[in-house]
Write a protein that binds this ligand. Structure first.
Ligand code: MC0
Length: 143
């Protein structure tokens, strides 16, 4: 069951500059940052609030580490902006299987490692009304 908006992924060319915009404009601070080489991103997670399901909601700022990554390709075509939305679930395996059963393409056979040790998968944007959609089970909720 999907129980929260886990994060909104925002693609940017310059992570440090974008972090500073969110800090100066809204007062959001970086909760966590990391590089995910498999996904080809350097990212900063800005926590908005804890949620009632044991998880939290974040803004995820994403700078590509290489031009041929998903975010690098998307930025070259579209420029900066909202790249994807992510729903949180306690069981990404069960939810991705259920959604696949409804005819939506799930991009990974097995969930991969996402931000802060989470387990993630993606749904194809062409099957989701043009919205790249991620499912996340956070390390806090998959223990
Ligand atoms: C591509 N398309 C999108 C899109 N990316 N539409 C909406 N939102 C996006 N973000 C559209 C393109 O415009 C194009 O449509 C069509 O999909 C094919 O795109 P493409 O440029 O030819 O690229 P593909 O097919 O090689 O790859 C698209 C695909 C890929 C969605 C399969 O980006 C992917 O695997 N994404 C999942 C992984 C990801 O995004 N990782 C970065 C975040 P037209 O109409 O022009 O044909 S990592 C992350 O978020 C982690 C760290 C975390 O949360 O913890």
């Amino acid at each position: 069951m999907l129980t929260r908006i886990d994060h909104i992924g925002i693609a940017c060319f310059d992570l440090d500059k974008t972090v500073e915009f969110y800090r100066a404009t809204y007062g959001f601070e970086v909760f966590h940052s990391e590089v995910n080489e498999e996904q080809g991103v350097r990212e900063a997670m800005l926590k908005i609030n804890d949620t009632g399901d044991g998880g939290a909601s974040y803004l995820q700022l994403l700078e590509p580490t290489r031009e041929d990554s998903a975010v690098g390709k998307w930025l070259a075509k579209n420029g900066e902006g909202v790249h994807h939305i992510a729903f949180g679930t306690a069981d990404v395996d069960a939810d991705s299987a259920a959604i696949r059963g409804k005819g939506v393409r799930v991009l990974y056979d097995e969930p991969r490692i996402g931000s802060m040790g989470s387990r993630i998968t993606f749904l194809h944007p062409k099957d989701c009304g043009g919205v790249l959609t991620e499912l996340v089970t956070s390390a806090r909720t998959h223990e």
